[in-house]
Design a protein around this ligand. Sequence first.
Ligand SMILES: O=P(O)(O)OC[C@H]1O[C@H](OP(=O)(O)OP(=O)(O)O)[C@H](O)[C@@H]1O
Length: 479
Amino acid sequence: MTPVKPAFDAANGRAATVLAEASTSGADGALGPSPSLKGTSSSGGVWAPGSGRRRQHEGACFLIGVAGGTASGKTTVVDRIMQRLQDSCVVMLSQDSFYRALTDQERATVDTYNFDHPDAFDTPLLVETLRQLRTGSAAEVPVYDFCTHARTTETRLVGPADVVVVEGILVLALQAVREMLHMKVYVDTDDDLRLARRITRDTKERGRDVAGVLKQYSEFVKPMFDQYVAPSRRHADVIIPWGKGDNSVAIDLITEHIRTKLQQPELKRIYANLELIPSNFQIQGMHTIIRDRNTSKEDFVFYADRLNRLVVEAGLGLLPFTEAAVTTPTGHQYNGVAFARQLCGVSIIRSGEAMEAALRACCKGIKIGKILVQRHTDHNDVIYEKLPTDIAERHVLLLDPMLTTGNTAVKAIQILKDKGVPEDRILFLTLMAAPEGIHKVCGTYPAVRLITSEVDDAVDAEYNLVPGVGNYGNRYFCE
Ligand SMILES: O=P(O)(O)OC[C@H]1O[C@H](OP(=O)(O)OP(=O)(O)O)[C@H](O)[C@@H]1O
């Protein structure tokens, strides 16, 4: 195992140089690489500029995949992204590092070996490496020797990192890799331009002749591009048109998105459908009171109601609106918006009913249905439900102050879906949520929006929130 050297010195612009090395030694759109032309594995397509600096953001890291055809400009795009993220710890991985070692037979006929096919890569190892980096750990990356077409005995330790950028022709084409990525980028460059660049690069930098480049291009690179790389474009979140000049607008948008994500709490980075109400001392103070075992029932209800109101208002703020202009008493026009109609609430019995007053206070005369489900069973045990008959036509504010394992919420949401409510019309409102519950709800229903005022630490062995609030229903209704 060899720790990656902190090769990045952004201040003097070494980034581009190191990336170029990585690219040269890699087999991007490999043309049945001639060993002597592939260089050594010294850079191995692994670049870890951030390894010499401390992570700026704790927790899981943000994974970006950059795909595109051979000579499309992937490494330049990665270079630009990394240069703009100098204040974070960024690691670049090349898919080329994960080439499978050739068998003796494949090595004997290496000129006809298809380096552009998915089978050429050790995808399970790449996925496992990404999984480790994604959870905020370091990972050992294989070092591929392009002369012998085998892995060396060395590995390189990379990460932990705030951001990992993995580039390669097939990173969006391989489903298992794609599913690891938080952001998928495709570099879209005209085919003729790519071929021209490829010929120039391989003849000037790798000593090939034009006929050889064209032969391999037509036999392997182009067919694999058509079959795998080009179709993977549809999986991209961002497609960057990349021609002769840099597309700095696209790079700005991508890096701003990454910056935003890095500043967000870890769960918010993972789930776009999670809405965390921005914390302040008022909110923390109210949570402090309701979580205190010595708080009286009267105070518990008072401050829980205040928090409920905040969560309800935050949920209402996510509903669609229409433009509306009104005239003020002094005759001036005010250009505003009109609320969405067709709402209803659904409370999960019993604690969810404690949020009804807050919803009624915000939405006069709103219809509120009820659901009671059995907690912690493998079955969808609906014990009771009473829902508005036209619920499928409404936006639904689902109320429950505590999200623990997420079992109850998932069952309640499934009931709403079974009644015909589209997922994207369901807002789940809660005061406090455990990470387990957030994973369960946001992961199971990516279009349902989950709004919470605080994220708790965990769930204990008795299925209580940690630190939690105790038995919310008892404290609100009984004690
Ligand atoms: O995410 P889960 O692990 O499913 O747990 C969450 C459920 O637990 C609480 O109800 P509780 O069992 O305390 O019942 P109550 O509301 O009737 O008091 C809470 O109000 C949720 O309904």
